[in-house]
Design a protein around this ligand. Structure first.
Ligand code: IYR
Length: 226
């Protein structure tokens, strides 16, 4: 068989077919667990296990990516001083957003969420994960090579990260202060990386409430060509 760097180019897939009954049960069980995931904006200050974060990041790293370039970087923050710096920078941007940049329509769409320019959760939550997108990679020659389908790849990895954290018993908020270039400075990432989003991670605050919103039925989001 062809080999690269002394390794087989292809290896057998680890896979065994499941009985249909088990497939349906697994699909149903996964949905039942995933549908309880909600974005949370009020976090407990209790610390969370580092091992859970690391394992969830490994899961994120199994996402498919363009040409397997894995064009992501995750900056994990638990240092209170760094969290504070991020909060202050994010709130400055959000003030601009709520007072000037956001259109009336956008503000109307956000009203049910009850959000404003105050982001105390950026300090309260025990962990923030800055997700960065790498448009380029150094490659084996140390040059500057373009990555492929980077938004899709990083979006997929982030979705898997959120799922892994949720199934491990942690709450998350996908936060997108805009613009968030300040994250490059604070988290010491190179200029050609794009801050993709800021994931807030922790236990939900005791008795936290979430917006009373619902998800579309399949009829609304899917079409079938059987
Ligand atoms: N970044 C702002 C506004 C905001 C925008 C969207 I789209 C949301 O789904 C939620 C919030 C903020 O975090 O308040």
């Amino acid at each position: 068989m062809a080999s690269i760097h002394g390794q087989d180019a292809f290896i057998p897939l680890q896979y065994s077919r499941m009985p249909e009954q088990d497939m349906c049960r697994e699909a149903q069980a996964f949905y039942q667990r995933m549908k309880t995931r909600r974005s949370v904006r009020d976090f407990s200050a209790d610390p969370i296990p580092r091992a859970v974060i690391e394992q969830a990041l490994r899961t994120a790293g199994t996402a498919p990516s363009g040409a397997n370039k894995q064009p992501w970087h995750f900056a994990v923050v638990t240092d209170p001083a760094v969290k504070r710096e991020i909060r202050l920078a994010a709130e400055a941007e959000e003030r601009e957003f709520y007072e000037r940049r956001a259109s009336d329509e956008w503000l109307k769409d956000l009203a049910p969420l009850g959000t404003d320019d105050q982001k105390p959760f950026l300090e309260t939550a025990p962990c923030l994960i800055g997700v960065f997108l790498q448009k380029f990679n150094p490659g084996d020659d140390g040059g500057k090579h373009k990555n492929y389908y980077t938004s899709e790849s990083v979006g997929l990895a982030t979705g898997m990260l959120i799922s892994a954290l949720h199934l491990s018993g942690l709450a998350t908020l996908t936060h997108t202060p805009s613009p968030m270039k300040f994250l490059n400075r604070i988290l010491k990432r190179p200029d050609d990386e794009r801050p993709f989003l800021l994931l807030v991670v922790g236990y939900p605050a005791e008795g936290v409430k979430v917006p009373n919103i619902s998800r579309y039925e399949l009829e609304h989001t899917c079409s079938f060509f059987d």
